[in-house]
Design a protein around this ligand. Sequence first.
Ligand SMILES: [Zn+2]
Ligand SMILES: [Zn+2]
Length: 118
Amino acid sequence: MAVEGTARLRCSRCLEDFETGIRTGFTVEFRERVEGPEDEDVQLYSGDYVDLGEQVRQNLILSLPMKPLCKPDCEGLCPQCGKNLNYGRCSCDGGPVDARLAALGEWLKARQGRGSES
Ligand SMILES: [Zn+2]
Ligand SMILES: [Zn+2]
């Protein structure tokens, strides 16, 4: 059984919404419910019809990427100003990567400046 559709996802890097085509296929084995040990891999049904809705839903969810990307080389967001770098560079380039790291750098420098006293 094949399922095709379009999913609206949010890029895990730049947080932009984008649409992606999804295609998944799966096989389901149906067997009438009988007394006895249940097989996890077999969908049991009782009555005259089977409900595929849940099967389709589960498989679609499984086929979606855990960390969706709008494109494989998505630039993501600038960690400093939050600009979407897919639309161009921001003016933060070359600056300190992280305020906390910058503070650590200052601390290390101060430590080294004091010489080798212990
Ligand atoms: Zn993106
Ligand atoms: Zn920036």
